[in-house]
Design a protein around this ligand. Structure first.
Ligand SMILES: [Zn+2]
Length: 188
């Protein structure tokens, strides 16, 4: 067996989590507490696109796939992490993660969104809060390509990884995810 290294690329969900303008804020309320009831239950309130999350095709396509319907085989598998600036991906790449050095740099233009569609990718992730404007979302999601937004790539360098990014099993247009990159451990 070989050893693996796991890099968590998920932002923390709490009341400070920044959300897209106009979206519901994240709230964690103590509904029951161990002191008062003998067990704790938290009431969660948030939008489906809070923190590190997936955009399912249903986000912009009426009748498109929901978070529940995205196959696990799309969400788990080999991925290439590249700097967004002048990025190139190897032929046959299925999952691409774009790292921008600043917030806006992780966003795609319509032209590069189309070129990723033509390249046959099934998943695109970014550390930006949004992958691009409305038409970039339409170009990708209407082709069934799923999008991961607001990743934390501060600890991930460009390279090849296994990505694991799982949404809740829920019929919504998006869902928070816990995402990580996995690679073989090479004790540098
Ligand atoms: Zn989103």
């Amino acid at each position: 067996m070989f050893k693996i290294k796991i890099i968590d690329i998920t932002r923390e969900l709490n009341s400070e989590t920044r959300v897209y303008e106009g979206d519901p804020h994240v709230r964690l309320e103590k509904f029951f507490t161990v002191d008062n009831y003998g067990y704790a239950v938290t009431k969660l309130t948030m939008g489906s696109h809070s923190g590190t999350h997936i955009d399912a095709p249903a986000h912009v396509v009426a009748g498109g796939k929901t978070a529940r319907e995205i196959p696990l085989s799309t969400l788990i598998g080999d991925a290439v992490l590249v700097y967004k600036k002048d990025f190139r991906i190897p032929r046959g790449t299925k999952r691409v993660i774009l790292k921008g050095s600043e917030e806006t740099e992780g966003r795609l233009s319509e032209k590069s969104a189309r070129s990723l569609v033509d390249a046959g990718v099934c998943l695109i992730g970014t550390d930006a809060q949004s992958i691009g404007n409305d038409s970039v979302h339409k170009i990708l999601l209407s082709e069934g390509i799923v999008v991961l937004e607001s990743l934390d790539l501060s600890k991930a360098e460009p390279g090849q990884y296994i990505l694991c990014a799982l949404p809740l099993k829920i019929d919504t247009d998006g869902s928070p995810i816990r995402a990580c990159l996995i690679r073989e451990w090479d004790e540098e």
